[in-house]
Design a protein around this ligand. Structure first.
Ligand SMILES: [Zn+2]
Ligand SMILES: [Zn+2]
Length: 92
């Protein structure tokens, strides 16, 4: 029943918020409502990393906790270091 799952998803959205902020350090996700945006923590409650609630390029909000690219401009929302091992070579 597609209808039931739609209803569930809508309930979840209403309970937890329409938008997401993502920790750039550990990937922690905080859902929020538009009216709460001013009260969003600027640092992650888990790792004290930087929380990102908007695209750095176009200022669009994120609606998916799994967003990797901006829905508005297609720019990257998270640093590449989260996805791969970007090891800095020791200068020897
Ligand atoms: Zn974090
Ligand atoms: Zn963007």
């Amino acid at each position: 029943m597609g209808k039931a799952s739609d209803w569930l998803r809508e309930e979840r959205r209403k309970t937890l918020g329409d938008w997401v902020a993502i920790c750039l350090g550990c990937g922690f996700v905080q859902r929020y409502f538009e009216s709460w945006e001013a009260e969003l923590p600027s640092v992650c409650p888990q790792c004290a990393g930087k929380m990102r609630a908007r695209c750095p390029e176009c200022d669009a909000r994120f609606s998916s906790a799994f967003a990797v690219d901006c829905e508005g401009c297609g720019g990257p929302l998270r640093p590449a270091e989260l996805f791969g091992v970007r090891v800095r070579k020791p200068g020897n």
